[in-house]
Each structure stands twice: as C-alpha cells, then as structure tokens.
Unconditional design. Structure first.
Length: 156
C-alpha cells in the first residue's frame, strides 16, 4: 500500500474512532439516540400505514402512477425494496442528526476542541456539583478521575 493510501486509511479509521466516542458511557447521548431511533421508526411505520391505506382504497387517479414509482414497485423483490428504503432512511436520519447537533452545539464550541470533548467535560463538571446533602469527592488515580459521592452529616 502506498503511503498516501495508508494515510487516508488511517485518517478514515481515526474519524470512525472519534465518532464512536459519542457512545462512551456517562455522557448522556445513547439514550437520546435510542429515543430518536424509536420515534423515527414509529413515524415511518405510521406513514407507511397511511400510504398503504391510500394506495389500496384510491381509485385510478393521476397521482397513483407517481406513488407506484416512488414505492419502487418496478422492483419485484420486497426485501430489496425494504433494504433500499431502510438504507436511505438511516442515511437521512444520521445526516439530519449530525446537522442538528452541529447547529445546536456551534455556539458552545471552543476553537480547536472537538465537540465530544466539550460535551464530556460539561458532563463531568455537572457530576461534580453537590446535590442535596451530598458532596462529590474527586479522586484522581493515574489518568482517570473517580467521583465518590459522600453524605454530609447533619449532626447538630
């Protein structure tokens, strides 16, 4: 492999590794990804039911051939049609979520810092804030920081 191709491949894998950092435990991202996925799925199922009902009950109108083309009826294998629509749906959802995240997080970004670093730093700062009658004690061990919650005594 040529050095240029090797560098491109290395940059590609580094890009994937940076994107997978969004799935690290403790930064509160995964639960919202699951909620967005479930909502998008249910929205798609509802839309499909509506289109199916409209398609089955509609008389021969001018827009029925358009629906037949848009639903890829010329492809006889339903599994292939489902895979095509699924791939397009996943790509559009990911593209939309990435664009929305960039637009929402842009005002909070620090120059030269990755978005995930800013979010993770914010989450760690929030976890260190005392809640109620407890205090979070920071214990540093090597390169990691452990948060140890402690109860305050109310002896008096």
């Amino acid at each position: 492999m040529r050095p240029k191709q090797l560098r491109q491949l290395q940059r590609f894998f580094q890009s994937i590794a940076r994107k997978l950092r969004w799935l690290v435990p403790g930064i509160g991202i995964k639960r919202w990804v699951v909620v967005i996925l479930a909502g998008t799925t249910l929205l798609g199922v509802g839309f499909a039911f509506m289109l199916l009902d409209l398609y089955r009950t509609a008389p021969q109108t001018w827009w029925l051939p358009i629906i037949k083309i848009a639903s890829l009826q010329f492809i006889t294998n339903r599994v292939i049609r489902a895979l095509i629509f699924g791939a397009i749906g996943v790509a559009l959802t990911v593209f939309g979520i990435i664009g929305l995240n960039r637009a929402l997080l842009r005002p909070f970004m620090r120059p030269g810092k990755d978005i995930i670093d800013t979010v993770a730093q914010f989450r760690r700062a929030i976890d260190a804030v005392p809640r109620g009658k407890s205090v979070a004690l920071l214990v540093r061990r090597g390169n990691s920081t452990v948060y140890v919650p402690m109860k305050l005594s109310t002896a008096g």
